[in-house]
Ligand binder design. Structure first.
Ligand SMILES: Cc1ncc(COP(=O)(O)O)c(C=O)c1O
Length: 470
């Protein structure tokens, strides 16, 4: 492609994205296609000759767009958000344009140094103490894997890397911890059976006394407790594990404490919600995802460690071809995680924080939490509904309950959710809490306003009337 064609198409594409953002509400949130529909429209063999960008773009609109589920839609109340913003998209565009690969300081000093500074901004923004150092990982899953690997190495005096595991090491997490912990313990070599799930209280938060009992029991049985993964904002209900008590147990027994605050960490931007991270100063590592709730397009996960030396010792490898003359003076982030090659993700984060300012980001999060509170009030004021978990942040868990038996209620709510989502303007997803089919309503999109939450409630109330009739 000639540079002038690139320039012309680039202007058009930015216009297209701006129109897309403006018109999001015209789309149904979820793609209305069947499995295989999109694949059918794409040639099975690659083109032998280059094609004009106009033709490729026409096919993007015709073939790809029908299969897009619109995460940035104001009616997105599903899973957790992955919100973006114009500032972040523009930062990402520059990252792609520069095409810089930041594996070591020398391969783009600005990428390494901006990452260091912006991550320290984030640390201050969520109130972590100054001893923590940050690094960007692709996802919380990867950050948690890094934590598990570091915990393994610290527990074995770095023998795990040398000789492999010789004795079972145990990882603890609540019954409500995310599946990325299960995945991490498998990959890091702990073994699935050595992830011990700890019971939760009536707010779905880990019970510290049960953790202390489990650690003592395992020690007695000859196992080696190595790590606790505490969750701040569980996926199913938004529960916050008590970090102070958990941290005390970890300190007493020399266990690594990793805090998974993937979604809820952003709420710590608000002074009135800082309590969720009380005790985080006792952690060895913590992750939260600006790519979930902080207007930074996927992917961008902020991973903080108290002792970078342990992280680096776990991951560093020094082949001759990667050595540079400044290694002793700089941060080479290739040693701070799994991958060698690294995208310049700090740029979009810098754009976001500067474009909104801390106060702008706080205002967004505060409004989302207010809107979730409004939705909770709707649920609580309608006798057909039952609230299934406390609402501290932006997530409301609820179901219809007309008193029929458990299995029948699950079936009713399954049909209820399908009816809500069939309407088109909103998308909600489900989980189970204590075995009960539970509908989740998460407010977290940049474009979501009060009218969207009220509109969602109208759709939900109408769907309730329909399914209760049938
Ligand atoms: C609590 C929690 N931890 C981890 C994750 C995984 O996040 P990622 O997609 O960044 O790996 C999620 C995803 O929603 C989550 O809710």
């Amino acid at each position: 492609m000639k540079n002038e064609d690139f320039r012309r198409a680039g202007y058009q594409f930015v216009d297209w994205i701006a129109d897309y953002i403006e018109n999001l509400e015209k789309y149904p949130v979820v793609a209305r296609v069947e499995p295989g529909d999109i694949k059918k429209m794409i040639p099975a063999v690659p083109p032998a000759r280059g094609e004009a960008i106009e033709d490729i773009f026409r096919d993007f609109e015709r073939t790809i767009m029908p299969g897009i589920t619109h995460w940035q839609h104001p009616g997105w109340f599903a899973y957790f958000p992955a919100n973006n913003s114009p500032a972040s998209v523009l930062g990402e565009l520059l990252t792609a344009g520069l095409g810089a690969q930041g594996m070591v300081w020398q391969t783009s000093p600005a990428a390494a140094e901006l990452e260091e500074v912006v991550l320290d901004w984030l640390r201050q923004m969520i109130g972590l103490p100054s001893g923590f150092s940050g690094v960007i990982q692709d996802t919380a899953s990867t950050a948690t894997l890094c934590a598990l690997l570091s915990a393994r190495e610290r527990a074995t005096g770095f023998e795990g890397n040398e000789s492999g595991l010789r004795q079972p090491l145990v990882v603890y997490a609540s019954e409500e911890a995310h599946s990325s912990v299960d995945k991490g313990v498998r990959i890091a070599g702990f073994g699935r059976k050595n992830l011990h799930r700890i019971p939760t209280d009536d707010r779905f938060a880990l019970i510290p006394e049960k953790l202390a009992e489990a650690v003592a029991r395992d020690r007695e049985a000859g196992l080696v407790p190595a790590c606790v993964v505490a969750t701040v904002g569980t996926t199913s209900s938004g529960a916050v594990d008590p970090l102070k008590e958990i941290g005390g147990i970890c300190r007493a027994h020399g266990l690594w404490l990793h805090v998974d605050a993937a979604w809820a960490g952003t709420a710590a931007l608000l002074p009135e919600k800082r309590w969720i991270l009380a005790g985080a100063e006792l952690a060895d590592s913590l992750v939260f995802n600006p790519h979930k709730w902080m207007l930074t397009n996927f992917d961008c996960s902020a991973y903080f460690v108290r002792d970078p030396a342990t992280l680096i010792r776990t991951f560093e490898i020094h082949p001759e071809y990667l050595r540079t003359g400044v290694d002793a003076k700089v941060k080479n982030y290739r040693d701070w995680g799994l991958q060698l090659g690294r995208r310049f993700r700090a740029l979009k984060l810098w754009f976001v924080v500067r474009s909104y300012g801390v106060e702008g980001l706080q205002a967004m999060v505060r409004e989302h939490i207010r809107l979730a509170g409004l939705f909770r009030d709707f649920v609580e004021s309608d006798a057909r509904f039952e609230l299934l978990a406390p609402v501290d942040l932006g997530l409301v868990c609820f179901r219809l309950n007309d008193g029929r038996g458990d299995a029948a209620l699950d079936d009713l709510n399954r049909r209820f959710l399908a009816r809500i989502n069939a309407a088109g303007p909103v998308f909600l997803t489900h989980t189970t809490l204590r075995g009960m089919y539970t509908i989740r309503f998460v407010v977290g999109q940049r474009t979501t306003e009060e009218r969207h939450v009220r509109g969602a409630w109208d759709i939900i109330a109408a769907a309730a009337a329909e399914v209760l009739k049938s």
